[in-house]
Design a protein around this ligand. Structure first.
Ligand SMILES: Nc1ncnc2c1ncn2[C@@H]1O[C@H](COP(=O)(O)OP(=O)(O)OP(=O)(O)O)[C@@H](O)[C@H]1O
Ligand SMILES: [Mg+2]
Length: 250
């Protein structure tokens, strides 16, 4: 596979997607180096979640390539996508925990699905993971709806991380959270980055972008209209980004 950007770990090239004749993406292109975090911002309905879903093969573009570690996932069938999903974790907008299962069952799910670990090994992994995400060991017995919003988000992230993915896609991980829980999520994202995880963070929360991202891209009118490395954006914010950040433009 010829690569447009040789240094890229993830690259999206000329991505087009529409629903019922309505064009959402009209040539989205960007790349991310290994271990980097890209902040993806843009107004509601611009197609951020659809783009993330496409990166795990849950949506197919009409045109374009999605290369992950050099492999184009667009033509892949479900069997190959199962392997991609071990490598690429998607932390869904809203957590997407199974409400009828305890936290333990939620966290055990990917391990039972994808590994041959014994039950005591699974139990140990779950305890380690709860600790890693700052959750009390007794949380495993609780059902998602008995947890606070911040705890649900952390359990959602903990589940996404169970398979030690190389790539993590975060969809609004801090939406609706108070500053304390937002900080905990930022710390978890930074911890994953320190382990070499490559990530995309979709968010409306600019302080979190500043805290964890290396670069930021603005999705607007079906394309990436602006893209900056964080240091440059901080030094000289552009009018468009500034308007987006202060909520004057979507
Ligand atoms: N399965 C689908 N069928 C039809 N339309 C869809 C489908 N999924 C998404 N869309 C439409 O595609 C557009 C982009 O949706 P998407 O959820 O990606 O937006 P978003 O940028 O994530 O917005 P938000 O910031 O509100 O989460 C929206 O107009 C949405 O209604
Ligand atoms: Mg969304």
């Amino acid at each position: 596979m010829s690569k447009k950007w040789p240094q890229a770990f993830i690259e999206v090239v000329d991505f087009h997607k529409s629903f019922e004749g309505k064009k959402i993406h009209q040539g989205v292109s960007f790349y991310i180096r290994k271990g980097e975090c890209l902040g993806l911002i843009g107004g509601s309905g611009t197609g951020k979640s659809v783009l993330l879903r496409s990166l795990v093969g849950l949506e197919k573009p009409e045109q374009g390539q999605i290369l992950i570690d050099g492999e184009d996932i667009v033509p892949m069938r479900e069997r190959e996508l199962v392997d991609i999903r071990k490598k690429v974790a998607y932390a869904f907008q809203g957590g997407a925990l199974f409400d009828s299962m305890t936290v333990y069952e939620n966290l055990a799910y990917p391990l039972r699905e994808h590994t041959k670990l014994s039950e005591p090994e699974i139990a140990q992994h779950i305890q380690d993971q709860l600790k890693e995400f700052g959750l009390d060991p007794s949380t495993e017995k609780q059902y998602p709806n008995s947890l606070s919003g911040g705890m649900q988000k952390r359990v959602g992230l903990a589940r996404a991380m169970m398979m030690h993915p190389q790539v993590v896609l975060y969809d609004e991980p801090t939406a609706g959270l108070d500053p304390y829980n937002t900080k905990r999520i930022q710390e978890s994202i930074l911890k994953m980055k320190a382990k070499g995880v490559t990530s995309i963070l979709v968010t409306h929360d600019m302080p979190t972008v500043y805290a964890v991202c290396d670069k930021v891209a603005l999705l607007q009118k079906g394309r990436i209209s602006e893209q900056y490395v964080m240091s440059k954006l901080l030094a000289e914010p552009t009018a468009l980004m500034t308007n987006f950040i202060t909520g004057e433009s979507t």
